[in-house]
Write a protein that binds this ligand. Sequence first.
Ligand SMILES: CC(C)(COP(=O)(O)OP(=O)(O)OC[C@H]1O[C@@H](n2cnc3c(N)ncnc32)[C@H](O)[C@@H]1OP(=O)(O)O)[C@@H](O)C(=O)NCCC(=O)NCCS
Length: 149
Amino acid sequence: MIIREFRLPDLKKVLEIEKMSFDDPYPASILKDIYNLGAGFLVAQQHNIIVGYIIFWIRFEDEGHIISIAVDEKNRRKNVGKNLVNTAIQIFKKYDIKNIKLEVRAKNKGAIKFYKSLGFNEEKIVPEYYEDGEDAVLMYKRLKTINND
Ligand SMILES: CC(C)(COP(=O)(O)OP(=O)(O)OC[C@H]1O[C@@H](n2cnc3c(N)ncnc32)[C@H](O)[C@@H]1OP(=O)(O)O)[C@@H](O)C(=O)NCCC(=O)NCCS
């Protein structure tokens, strides 16, 4: 498996994964906008097929923000998600980011366990964060500095 930067021809497969993973998937237009605005956007590729992706923002207040991650259903629990997050973390470290935050649906217990397994902590509940009224769990991971690794 390789992790590499997203390219526009990957969009079709990313959308497929998006639709199988979320009840409220991002449409193509939003994914393209996010890409054009310069977000971090990585894909995991296995035997020439895209099996997962991660989107994140690098901020300048020492904080990174994971926007979305999803793995093709057939390829879950094979460390694809973990590799995507860890590659994003390497990029955050290059930018001297100290904290990473993300929001996850409170009912998405599998994803919360996934993030915890990668060292994220539950910070607080954000009530009615999502358009459908569901709460989010705000999670944080503090990064060690490169010298401290
Ligand atoms: C969350 C998601 C990205 C995880 O990707 P993945 O490639 O399956 O995860 P990994 O194989 O890297 O998992 C690493 C560890 O995280 C934990 N984990 C992952 N998925 C889990 C689940 N559903 N339930 C409990 N623990 C889980 C486990 O500890 C796992 O290690 P193990 O398989 O050796 O036990 C994937 O399930 C997914 O695409 N879900 C739908 C979209 C989504 O909910 N995205 C997150 C919200 S933004």
